[in-house]
Design a protein around this ligand. Sequence first.
Ligand SMILES: Cc1ncc(COP(=O)(O)O)c(C=O)c1O
Length: 484
Amino acid sequence: MYHSVVWDEPLLKELEEIKKEKYILMSVLPESLQRKTIIDIPDLDETQVMRHFFHLSQMNYGIESGFYPLGSCTMKYNPKICEEISRWEQFALLNPYQDESTTQGTLRMMYELEQMLCEITGMDHFTLQPAAGAQGEFTGLLIARAYHESNKDAARDEVILPDTSHGTNPASAAMAGYKVIEIPSTKEGTVDLEMLKKALSDKTACFMLTNPNTLGIFESEIIEVARLVHEAGALLYYDGANMNAIMGKARPGDMGFDIVHLNLHKTFSTPHGGGGPGSGPVGVKQKLERFLPVPWIVKKQDTYCFDYAHPDSIGKIKSTYGNVSVALKAYIYILLMGGNGLKEASEIAVLNANYMKKKLVDSKLYQLPYRELRKHEFVLSCEHLLSTKGIRALDVGKRLLDYGLHPPTVYFPHIVKEAMMIEPTESESKKTLDIYIDTLLKIAQEDPSLVKSAPQNTVVQRIDEIGAVKNPILTWKNLDKTKE
Ligand SMILES: Cc1ncc(COP(=O)(O)O)c(C=O)c1O
């Protein structure tokens, strides 16, 4: 606790000493290095600085502040106990280069988490190394390449994906050196089997898919998709970022997927967003096991250790062993929830999404393209609002801010015009969902000029989002210049 300073005699003396030291230092510095003008930095006391930063922190929005239905992002409640345990010094102060004999608990946790993820997804072996979903995709695609090369089938240089796929899918495929082939979806919003058949060839390395897809629709033809892909000699890749919809209900391994990545930082108790840390473990079927990154975590009798003896491995993907604290949170979360708890979480996530969807669609103010039944998220279109009132999805999102609510994802997936993608998750009450629904309905009936000029009640109004990314202003000096 700080009290206001009393400038008594000893303190003044001390200050004099400090000044003297400063002058001595100045005198030993060569003239050329000495400052000629007074340094131009803000002159603020500790209280002001504290209030400034506290105020800034309040301008931020997180799941702790309110409902965050950002479709495709699974912004759900992350139990605080997972956060707390992951900060225990027994875990947080470990050094990755410590002798294995001193880190048995953490190694056991990682080993057991891999087993749990195998059980949840129906895969045979997992690595915890990748630090994000996108890095998981990249890892999975390198594994696919290693597999085809080992089969003397290296000419396979194409990755197929549907037009609903998340942007990281084509990006990862391109980064891994593949040609990206996009196929259009059916009118139902699912994989078009005819298009898939046409695209598959002896050049196909992999078909990447998320199920449920980014429209929130379960790919009910998945068994046939898997059959076609395998018949063509290719592999089936599962983007598990939407796992929150099907935990305990269906397993990608049983659907025929060969490679899976999960976003622990969505489904398994780590906040998503803000740049990390994240974790995108990759699971594979037995035939791909030998290509997994090293080291593996193995158990020899009662001892856990790292195992590097895998000559066919794609090598190392991330420094040391991945983001272990994120893995730890997932481990605690899975133990806390248990199998039935995970299943129930998915059931409620799906229920919440379908409740919201029904109320919004019944209003006829927003439209639902493609198939009716959704899983954990749904995508509405604001096309009708645009044609009748000139209101776009972006305007609705901005207007929500005036009501203190976070907007949904907009303009994704690209195949839906004026898309608004809502993912309520399992951790929200009916009351919260009702408030959001009522607000969306209200906005659709408001004066268009009000909606199009929103937000009015926020610190900043409409920002140049592209400019903000391309030319970020991150210091007070630059900020000042923009005012000049
Ligand atoms: C469907 C889907 N796939 C992949 C990713 C990529 O995950 P990450 O952001 O961890 O790289 C996301 C992220 O939002 C996603 O929604």
